[in-house]
Design a protein around this ligand. Structure first.
Ligand SMILES: Cc1cc2nc3c(=O)[nH]c(=O)nc-3n(C[C@H](O)[C@H](O)[C@H](O)COP(=O)(O)OP(=O)(O)OC[C@H]3O[C@@H](n4cnc5c(N)ncnc54)[C@H](O)[C@@H]3O)c2cc1C
Length: 270
């Protein structure tokens, strides 16, 4: 039996006894399941979730440890109306539009909900080093910095005068249940990605490692895109079905049934 802690639970975890997985939530309640599907970032298995080490093989734990994440930050404000659609008197074009810049804001995205209704501005969407440039700043400090930088790009646009709420910010690498925005493999990581992606195939695996299924963005073959995470959910569902003794309809085979046809290649790594 294995245990797995749910949000912010310490020292909860998953423990395995016999052929069930025990999950303990933050209230301390324990429940046992014949199979468990785990979808958060896998680094959470290293700290916030007290995971029984026997649930994964040593090579899989190596893949978990070597997972690499992109960092990302965003800052949003609510504005009175989509003023950016006002015509620039000099050009006749919108006075401001979606903006990509090599300066600190990096990406500016504008969301309107009709001409006379409040709109949302994402004044900055950044990755990695650019995210770290704002990570230690408070929300207000980030806003002041970004408004200054954007004023250099749009000297005739008074963004500040339109702000009616915010700023709201997020930095994924400092979010306790994420520690990074989304997985981003480094050169040499193919082997680790393949291990995670194929973990749902558990025939012949040590019985202690059966019934616990990883899925989600970290397991995805195309991390950082929701579609890839959905694919891993389908794989995990097939794994659970198999684990519980079920089968797919012969006319509608599942991912495990076609594994030998579609599985990512195992490479000669050394
Ligand atoms: C900044 C950013 C930009 C992105 N842009 C795009 C894009 O443009 N297009 C696109 O397709 N995809 C994008 N993605 C990727 C997309 O968001 C993911 O692929 C998708 O959210 C993955 O879904 P998931 O269910 O695997 O994981 P998540 O959506 O991350 O869900 C995992 C959940 O587990 C929860 N959790 C953590 N620990 C515990 C615990 N102990 N107990 C219970 N729950 C826990 C977390 O709070 C979280 O809600 C982006 C992601 C980020 C971060």
């Amino acid at each position: 039996m294995y245990t797995l802690p749910l949000p912010d639970a310490l020292p909860i975890g998953r423990r395995r006894t016999a052929d069930v997985v025990r999950v303990t939530d933050e209230s301390g309640e324990e429940r046992e399941f014949p199979a468990v599907v785990y979808s958060p970032h896998v680094w959470t298995l290293l700290n916030r979730v007290d995971c029984d080490p026997s649930l994964l093989s040593t090579p899989l734990w190596t893949a978990v440890e070597r997972t690499h994440y992109m960092g990302a930050s965003k800052l949003f404000v609510l504005v009175d109306r989509p003023f950016w659609r006002d015509a620039d008197p000099a050009t006749g074009h919108d006075m401001m539009s979606m903006t990509l810049t090599d300066r600190m804001p990096r990406g500016v995205y504008l969301f309107d909900d009709g001409p006379d209704r409040p709109g949302v501005m994402c004044l900055s969407y950044t990755w990695n080093d650019d995210s770290l440039k704002v990570a230690t700043l408070s929300a207000e400090e980030r806003l002041e910095t970004l408004l200054t930088k954007l004023a250099a790009i749009y000297p005739d646009v008074d963004i500040r005068s339109h702000i009616i709420a915010g700023p709201l910010t997020v930095t994924w690498e400092t979010e306790p249940r994420f520690m990074g925005a989304f997985k981003n493999n480094l050169p040499g990581h193919y082997r680790y990605q393949r291990r995670l992606f194929t973990q749902f195939m558990q025939d012949g695996v040590d019985p202690a490692q059966q019934g616990f299924f990883l899925c989600g963005d970290d397991v995805s073959w195309t991390a950082g895109f929701a579609e890839g995470a959905v694919t891993t959910a389908l794989n995990a569902v097939w794994g659970v079905l198999r684990h519980l003794g079920g089968t797919t309809h012969p006319d509608n085979p599942g991912p495990g049934d076609l594994f030998d046809t579609f599985a990512p290649l195992e490479l000669p790594y050394d």
